[in-house]
Structure formats: C-alpha cells, structure tokens
Design a protein. Structure first.
Length: 384
C-alpha cells in the first residue's frame, strides 16, 4: 500500500461524514417542519411546567402530595386564564358593537387621504409642468361646460315593474377564513387541548421522569446531564417569567397612559400593546398598531398620534435597553447575530409561534453546549 492511499481513504471518510451530516440535517429540518404541531405542543407544555414547578414545590413543602399539588396549581392557572379570557371577551363584545362607527371613520380617512393625494398631484404638476397643468385645467373646464350645454329636460320615466328578489346572505370574512382553514384550526385546537394534561403529568411525574432520565447516564455523565437539565429549567423559567413581569409592568404603564389620553378600550389595548412590544425586532410597530386603530374614533389630528406613538416608542426602548437585560438577559446570554438567525430559522419552520419560541430554544441549545464536554466552543460562539 502506497503512502497516498491513507490520505485518499481519509478524504473519502470526511466526504462520507459530511454527506451523512447533511442528510441528517435535512431529515431533522423536515421532521421539525411536518411535525411542528407535535413539537410546538410539547415545547409549550415543557415551558409551562418549568414555570409552574416552583409553585408545586411550595405546596409540597406544606406536606401536600405532589399529585394533588400539581392538580391544584394547574387548576389555579386555568382559573387565571379563564378570568383573563372573560375580561377580553367583554372588551371585544363592546368593540364589536362599535365596528360600524370604526368602518365609517376608516372610510372618511380613506377619502381624506385620496383628496390629499390628488392635491399633491396637482401641486406637483403646477411646480414641475405648469403649462401642462394649465392645459389640463382648461380641458376639464371645457368638458364641464360642454356637458352642461348638452343637458336637456327629459320626460319622466316610469319605474320598471318590481321583480321578486331573493337575498342570499353571504358568510362574513372571518367565517369564510375559518371555514377554508377548518382542518388547521381543528389540529391547533386538538393539540392545545393536550397542553393542560401534559403540564399536569409533567409536574406530577417530574421526580420519576428525572430519575429515569439520569439513569441513562453513568458516572460523570450523570452529573453533566443533571446540570444540563437544571440549567435549561432555570433558563426557561427566567426567560418566560422575566418577559411576563416586564409585560405586566408595561401593561400597567400603558393602561394608565391610554386611560389618561382617552383611548377607547384601554383595558384591552394596554396589555395587547405591552406584550406585543416584547416580540423581538418587530415589537415596536406591532405595539403601535392597536392604540392607533382604537384612537381613530377619538382623534383626527396628527399631534395626538405622534404623542401616542412617541410614548410607546419610549416605553419600548426603555424596556429593551434598561429592564430587559436585568430581568431576562442575565440568563439567556445570546449574541444578536445568533438571535437574528434563530428568529429567521424558527420563524420559517413554525411561523409566528416560532418567533416566540426561537430565543428559549436557542438558549436551551446553548445551555447544552455549555455543559457537555467537547461542545463548550459552540456555546462560547453563541454567547454574548
């Protein structure tokens, strides 16, 4: 065997490894895309169980059985969710009654914008092409005079015979959209119905599942697996709870501000604007849209919208630059490039929910890399 043969075999082995890696990556991406309903449901249940686990441990310290404590915490969480949904329903019911007035206001705004565009077009013609503008005005005046001259009194025309007309009631756009996407809504509701049961079983069987998982490892690997699990749980809890506390703080401030400037339905618009502002990168425009739409029936001038938009932008920047690093950033430690790529990847795979889960998923991957020997360099590359 010549000296060159081992080098050839080494190159072939590297090519096979690269090909195997690419095939495995493609299969993983396809699995994540086509099984997104399953994975999203599991991830949401895992994150919620991480959040509720401290409350369960609190009741366990009061000498309650873990199963009963898990049931009690899940019931309290569902009760809070029901009360929030009930309050939102009351606000949405009042908003539905005012939809005709909002429609009229939007039509008036559209007509006003069209008139302003026409005036801008005329003024532009007068500045850039004054002769052509004069010719257009003379032609329009001549056409109007000719149409008036041609008018003659006409004899009254008898109305035609009344025919039977049957009115068919069309579906509303919302009903049409739901009907056309019925299978997707059914799958989403079906997966969402599993979340409470998954959370309950994850909380009540947490100790058993953790012991069984750690038995898969031996010696040092077992301590590494234990540290990795604890790091992922702490990260997910800190990320979600930090965002929630920040959203509550922004909700209180936003509701007070919207009430002060008399924005309609401020109990609904305040939390919606506050939590939308926490969406990475696109949070500011999303947070401005609800109060602008709600204020259409109250304000006509540009000054009021500038005040509302400036205040929301100030709150968003304050939360992002001052409060977010203290409440959330101390646990996540991801650099902006990795966050941007993660948002692109998970948003492409899972849509809007992928944008919300991108950061905790990526932070969890970084936690694994930080704790598993041999992968520390990848964790440092993802870190800030």
């Amino acid at each position: 065997m010549s000296v060159a043969e081992p080098a050839v075999f080494t190159q072939i082995g590297k090519r096979k490894s690269a090909g195997t890696f690419l095939i495995s990556l493609g299969c993983a991406v396809a699995l994540l895309y086509y099984g997104r309903s399953l994975f999203i449901t599991l991830l949401c249940a895992i994150i919620i169980s991480f959040i509720l686990d401290p409350a369960v441990r609190f009741f366990v310290r009061l000498h309650m059985p873990r199963g009963f404590a898990s049931f009690l915490v899940c019931s309290l969480a569902l009760l809070v969710l029901y009360l929030v949904g009930l309050g939102s329903y009351v606000q949405l019911s009042g908003l539905a009654e005012d939809l005709p007035s909002y429609g009229l206001k939007f039509n008036e705004l559209a007509d006003k914008i069209t008139e302003n565009l026409d005036e801008m077009e005329k003024s532009t013609y007068k500045v850039l092409l004054p002769k052509r503008a004069e010719e257009r005005e003379k032609a329009a005046a001549a056409q109007l005079a000719a149409s008036k001259a041609r008018r003659r009194p006409t004899e009254p025309v008898l109305p035609p015979a009344v025919q039977e007309v049957r009115i068919r009631q069309d579906r509303s756009p919302v009903v049409t959209y739901i009907y056309s996407n019925l299978s997707e809504f059914y799958n989403a509701l079906l997966m969402a119905s599993f979340v409470p049961f998954l959370v309950y079983f994850m909380l009540s069987w947490r100790d058993h599942m953790q012991r069984s998982f750690l038995l898969l490892f031996k010696g040092v690997d077992q301590s590494v697996a234990r540290g990795t699990l604890q790091g992922i749980a702490d990260m997910a809890r800190a990320y979600v709870v930090g965002n929630f506390l920040l959203g509550i703080l922004l909700t209180v401030i936003s509701c007070v501000f919207f009430w002060f400037v008399k924005v309609p339905y401020w109990p609904l618009i305040g939390p919606l604007s506050a939590f939308l502002s926490l969406v990475p990168y696109i949070g500011l425009p999303l947070a401005i849209i609800p109060p602008f739409l709600a204020a259409v029936t109250v304000y006509n001038g540009l000054t009021a919208y500038l005040v509302i938009g400036t205040t929301i932008a100030f709150l968003h920047l304050l939360a992002l630059n001052l409060l977010y690093p203290k409440l959330v950033g101390s646990r996540v430690h991801l650099n902006p490039l990795v966050v941007t790529i993660a948002l692109m990847v998970w948003g492409t795979l899972w849509g809007g929910i992928g944008l919300l889960l991108a950061i905790p998923i990526t932070a969890g991957i970084k936690t694994v890399c930080d704790n598993v020997p041999g992968f520390e360099a990848y964790g440092r590359m993802m870190g800030d």
